[in-house]
Design a protein around this ligand. Structure first.
Ligand code: RIB
Ligand code: CA
Length: 332
């Protein structure tokens, strides 16, 4: 029976945020699949009280990931949600980007432009620290769709922020599937393995949506037609973005469709029963060499080491696309 996490009602100060609402901060490096995930989340106000988007360098440089997060916010009609820019580079390693996959602007297949609403004043790390220190205990869920640099820096600066965090749902890592940036490493972890190690050692409740799961949830012509049939602006943007984004993976892996990695994090939060996995011990290799950025998953508990993450390794592809389509249909 897949793990199904019950979402509890919560309070922010004296305001009940809704019987089933999740108080959510999304940390992101848009990025094509990030934009799909952001539209998905921002189209779901009954389930998510999206407190803020925090941006990080990853797929492209910080100025572009921040602009693209503002674009997604505008396309979702949700300029009520602030966007805070965070870390411009990884904690220690030389920065790497994924322009070959996401394009020079971090978002190909659609026209990008300077969105109307600007960035919030504060730095994302300061925002995370202030918000999580003031939050009701274990009330805020973090969704991390890029390198984990912002959360790691906030934890180092103020370890007490763990008090405000309910759980951290991470798109990252690979075990059974193998890597997508090296034979063993997934991009988000490879782009800042030291940050991922800090988060892993924090003792926080971590859920990893790894390539093991996202590579089983692939687009198809029918699934993209299902989205296109919505015939609204959001669906056209998503189809145009995905048609461009999936080409690289389809060619590289010789597969009939492409993964929409980051959107799986939002689907997990909405319908965890679409997925399955298990509590495991995960270790991240941050040593220079061929295994740099590898997530080593003790799936069969060989070492009897503490289980420090819930590792999602499978998902219901059609259920995912049905849910994504239904939510995109709620946008203009
Ligand atoms: O490996 C996939 C991840 O790397 C996704 O988050 C994608 O946006 C890139 O950041
Ligand atoms: Ca991403």
């Amino acid at each position: 029976m897949p793990a199904v996490l019950q979402h509890r009602a919560g309070c922010r100060g004296n305001v009940l945020i809704g019987p089933e609402q999740i108080d959510l901060i999304i940390d992101t490096d848009p990025g094509a699949d990030d934009v799909v995930a952001l539209l998905f989340a921002l189209a779901s106000p009954d389930e998510f009280n999206v407190r803020a988007l925090t941006t990080v360098a990853g797929n492209v440089r910080l100025d572009k990931t921040s602009r693209n997060a503002r674009l997604a916010r505008e396309w979702a009609g949700r300029e009520d949600v602030p966007v805070y820019a965070g870390a411009p580079k990884p904690m220690m390693r030389t920065p790497i980007y994924a322009e070959d996959i996401h394009g020079k602007e971090g978002l190909s297949g659609v026209a990008v432009y300077e969105p109307k609403a600007g960035l919030a004043e504060a730095n994302a790390i300061d925002y995370l620290i202030d918000t999580l220190m003031a939050a009701t205990p274990r009330s805020i869920t973090l969704a991390i769709l890029g390198p984990q640099t912002n959360l790691a820096l906030a934890l180092i600066q103020q370890p007490g922020i763990v008090q405000g965090i309910k759980e951290v749902v991470i798109m990252g890592g690979a075990h059974f599937n193998g890597g997508n940036i090296t034979p063993v490493a997934e991009f988000n972890v490879f782009a800042d393995p030291h940050a991922a190690e800090v988060v892993l050692k924090s003792g926080l409740k971590l859920i990893y949506l790894s390539l093991d799961a996202t590579h089983k949830i692939l687009t198809s012509d029918e699934r993209l037609k299902q989205i296109a049939a919505l015939n609204n602006r959001a669906s056209k943007l998503v189809v145009d973005i995905l048609n461009d984004y999936i080409k690289a993976d389809m060619e590289h892996y010789d597969i009939p469709g492409g993964p929409v990695h980051d959107a799986a994090v939002i689907a997990w939060l909405l319908r965890p029963q679409l997925f399955s996995g298990r509590e495991v011990n995960v270790v991240i290799d941050s040593r220079e060499g061929p295994t740099f950025g590898q997530t080593i998953v003790d799936w069969h508990d060989r070492l009897k080491a503490p289980r420090n993450a819930f590792w999602v390794n499978d998902g219901d592809a059609q259920g995912f696309f049905d849910l994504l389509t239904e939510r995109l249909g709620r946008l203009k």
